[in-house]
Write a protein of this length. Structure first.
Lengths: 95, 376
């Protein structure tokens, strides 16, 4: 099982870089993370409720906070801060 | 009919929390409600400055009351939310580096507390709290500084198990509660704050907020281990603790019977999902030795928890018998590990404490360091 060793918001919050202990490093744009936020505000409570978020090309990450041992909460400059990104989810977004 | 705009306009001459920015522009006014000519509003402030903010509150209230058609106004001060504190969203990340935004929930380490461990089970009634209590006393006997957080808000057992009927006092800072002490263990429980037998009837958000308070607004001081006695199940409390407490590991308690093991498996799977490593499994009510004839009866079967632990590749921490002395001493508020330290029952529990302590030194199996998080 892979585990993140470094999670870094860079390029003025436009990119999140995650290094895993299996040697892989992934780069995700803030826009992608925002649009694919696992928050119920985006995903709803069933696939049919999923909202398509648009107009986030310029969104930036302003904060990353640990959630227990298993995830991070990403805070965006548009005020969205309810997405909890598990290690698996971050990895899945990169594939 | 008064409108929200009229209320905001009336507040324009009142300086906001910073003493300059007019209230409507400060972003601090929230929850404006108008009902039957009565206006309710809240102003978000830094709680540390509550006294200094009182004149502002009074001015705001008077300003709203002065609007024609307003029958009454109530303005309250509320603790600043992170969003109000940040004001307008910053343009980009650099501006927030100096002032990280504070959010109410956080899984930051607890200052002074080295390890937080959860004692959990899927099922209720397997003796989780009794094990947690004696485990804590056992850890004290091993020379550790130990606290117990009773996270079972709906069925707090720690006041009874430790024989404490007192109420906690407020710390010198006037903010935190001082935990109560018994057998060398610092204990905090919702049971200290409500009457024995009074029910707590809350929905999830209240549970989350109360747990955070019991965890963070208590003067734990320097602790080697904080033992969290979890309620049964895999719900709000478990998720809140997994998200907000930096859990070093979990101890799962189960009886040997299949019915309990099914739920124990769920508990184990839940901790797996939130990446809390397992310290091990305890088999409680493992067997019964008849106090009259000495014959052993496996009331709930035997060895089921050990087998389950082996199957899942989780350490097995030990067996605790179903025993009248444990039950009686628990009901008397005198944990067996403290009150009958030489007994085989106490030894079984002490041995479990020793294994837990040893595990914490090297880290629970599969425990990994938290990633380094940076916002450049």
């Amino acid at each position: 099982m892979f585990w993140p060793t470094d999670i870094t918001a860079m390029e003025r919050g436009r990119v999140l870089e995650v290094a895993f202990d299996d040697g892989r490093t992934i780069r995700l744009t803030a826009e992608r993370l925002r649009v694919e936020s696992p928050s119920a505000e985006v995903q709803g409570h069933s696939p049919s409720q999923k909202r398509t978020v648009t107009g986030k090309e310029r969104v930036a990450i302003v904060g990353v906070e640990p959630i227990g041992n298993y995830a991070v909460k990403i805070i965006f400059d548009d005020g969205h801060d309810t997405g909890i990104y598990t290690w698996e989810y971050l990895r899945k977004l990169a594939t | 009919m008064v409108s929200r705009d009229e209320v905001m306009a009336a507040l324009a001459p009142v300086p906001g929390p910073d003493g300059r920015t007019p209230l409507p522009e400060s972003g601090a006014v929230c929850g404006v409600t108008i009902r039957d000519g009565k206006v309710f509003a809240a102003i978000a402030i830094d709680p540390a400055r509550a006294k200094a903010m009182e004149p502002m509150r009074a001015r705001a209230e008077a300003a709203i009351r002065a609007i024609s058609g307003v029958a009454g106004a109530v303005v309250t001060l509320t603790a600043e939310s992170a969003r109000a504190a940040a004001g307008a969203p910053p343009a980009h990340g650099h501006e927030t580096d100096a002032q990280p935004r504070r959010h109410g929930r956080s899984s930051e380490p607890l200052p002074g507390v080295k390890h937080v461990i959860a004692v959990a089970s899927g099922k209720g009634g397997v003796g989780k709290s009794t094990v947690a209590c004696n485990l804590a006393v056992g850890l004290v006997k091993l020379g550790l500084a130990v606290g117990v957080l009773d996270a079972d808000l709906f069925g707090p057992s720690m006041p009874k198990l430790f024989g404490i009927g007192a109420k906690p006092s407020l710390a010198a800072d006037g903010q935190k509660l001082v935990p109560l002490e018994s057998c060398g263990v610092k204990i905090m429980s919702i049971g200290f704050l409500i009457e024995e037998g009074a029910p707590v009837i809350w929905r999830g958000p209240m549970v989350m907020s109360a747990l955070n308070q019991l965890l963070r607004e208590v003067e734990w001081g320097e602790l080697d281990v904080l033992v969290v006695d979890m309620p049964p199940g895999t719900g709000d409390t478990q998720l809140t603790m997994a998200q907000n407490a930096p859990l070093a590991g979990a101890v799962i308690v189960s009886t040997p019977q299949d019915l309990a093991l099914i739920d124990a498996r769920r508990g184990i799977a839940m901790f797996g999902q939130v990446k809390v490593p397992l310290i091990g499994v305890v088999e409680n009510m493992s067997y019964f030795l008849c106090p009259h004839c000495g014959e052993r009866t496996d009331v709930f079967s035997h060895g089921g928890a050990r087998k389950e632990a082996e199957k899942l590749g989780v350490p097995f921490l030990g067996e605790v018998p179903l025993d009248t002395a444990i039950r009686a001493h628990s009901d008397d508020g005198r944990p067996v590990v403290a009150s009958m330290p030489e007994s085989p029952q106490a030894n079984a529990l002490l041995e479990i404490a020793r294994r837990v302590a040893d595990t914490l030194v090297v880290g629970a199996p599969g425990a990994k360091p938290a990633p380094r998080i940076r916002v450049l």
